[in-house]
Design a protein around this ligand. Structure first.
Ligand code: FAD
Length: 296
């Protein structure tokens, strides 16, 4: 099944993102989370594509196992980082062989991390729109792309960033998933910008449940997402009590999700960090919430 078909039905899309763990123990944790989330029958699950060689092989392997051994629809991430076009073609071929029909086409962060200058592979691509075109050219794939409610950290302006999102759609992207954010208005403003640039693909908001204060602050710093100080203060006050931190994280994410759905978001994409508890709690709070369409 393609995500394009699943989204066209008009039902809300629920999806869960995982990353390829580096250790066997991490892999056990990943599969526990996948099995615990599988009964929620998400629209899709996705697996990120890392910077290093061995984690890249793991992505292909995990995606293949999800396709073969679960009832879930996998979306495989792929980035341009460090890859020639020929290598990208071969990874796309490996995904196809593993039964994957859906690919999230990304540029990836610069080697050395966000903030470093982007240097493309001499025989590779500069931007995600080129990868979108390549994936579409190679087969009947459904393609997703990244979108940024607060703007991509390297973007010259929010408008320029939205214009490039529109270009990714013109290149053949079927849907977008956003970076995580904490203010629903940032998402609705992105929808307005996308609309101004005639970008009509569904843009699914990405939700990061806060379960660990320091970890999320680190992610927020890396991604350029603003971590609200009032939320930080509330979390810091209970920093040593993991259950209390999670309860606040779930409450805040639930509020955000309800606002997004009430404002017409086509679904929710959860950054699970390979854990299922917080995501299941938020899902239980929001699934079945009333939806009003077309408001933004
Ligand atoms: P692009 O769309 O190429 O955009 C990068 C920058 O260039 C932006 O500032 C944009 O405004 C600008 N731009 C875009 N197109 C053009 C153009 N044609 N000409 C000039 N400028 C342009 N990273 C990973 O390494 N692995 C993952 O699995 C992964 N998954 C992600 C999933 C989601 C949902 C999101 C939101 C991000 C993910 N990332 C992942 C991070 C992502 O790779 C980085 O944020 C990266 O820096 C930008 O990727 P992009 O695909 O948005 O790039």
């Amino acid at each position: 099944t393609t995500i394009r078909e699943l989204l066209s039905g008009g039902d809300l899309s629920y999806s869960f993102e995982f990353f390829p763990p580096k250790t066997d123990q991490g892999e056990v944790q990943l599969w526990r989370a996948i099995r615990e989330l599988e009964p929620l029958a998400p629209t899709f699950v996705s697996v990120t594509y890392g910077a290093g060689g061995s984690t890249r092989d793991r992505t292909v392997r995990i995606i293949g196992r999800i396709a073969a051994d679960t009832t879930l629809t996998p979306v495989a991430h792929l980035t341009c980082v460090g890859h020639s076009r020929a290598e990208l073609r071969s990874v796309i071929g490996a995904y196809a062989d593993a039964g994957v029909r859906n690919i999230l086409a990304l540029r990836g962060d610069p080697e050395g991390g966000p903030g470093m200058p982007w240097v493309r592979h001499p025989e590779g691509f500069d931007h995600a729109d080129e990868l979108v075109s390549l994936v579409r050219e190679l087969g009947d794939f459904c393609v997703g792309v990244a979108a940024f409610p607060e703007g991509h950290p390297e973007a010259v302006s929010l408008d320029a960033d939205a214009e490039f999102l529109a270009r990714k759609a013109t290149s053949g992207a079927d849907f977008a998933v956003t970076q995580f954010f904490f203010d629903a208005d940032d998402y609705f403003a992105l929808l307005e910008r996308a609309d101004r640039f005639a970008c009509e693909i569904p843009i699914i908001p990405g939700i990061m449940p806060v379960t660990n204060v320091k970890q999320i602050q680190r992610f927020a710093a890396l991604s350029g997402a603003a971590f609200p100080t009032d939320l930080a203060d509330r979390l810091m006050a209970v920093e040593d009590d993991p259950a209390a931190v999670r309860a606040i994280g779930v409450e805040v994410a639930t509020d955000l999700c309800l606002k997004l759905l009430a404002g017409g978001a086509p679904g929710l994409h959860f950054y699970t960090l390979n854990r299922s508890t917080a995501t299941r709690e938020i899902y239980a709070n929001v699934a079945g919430a009333p939806r009003s369409r077309g408001v933004s």
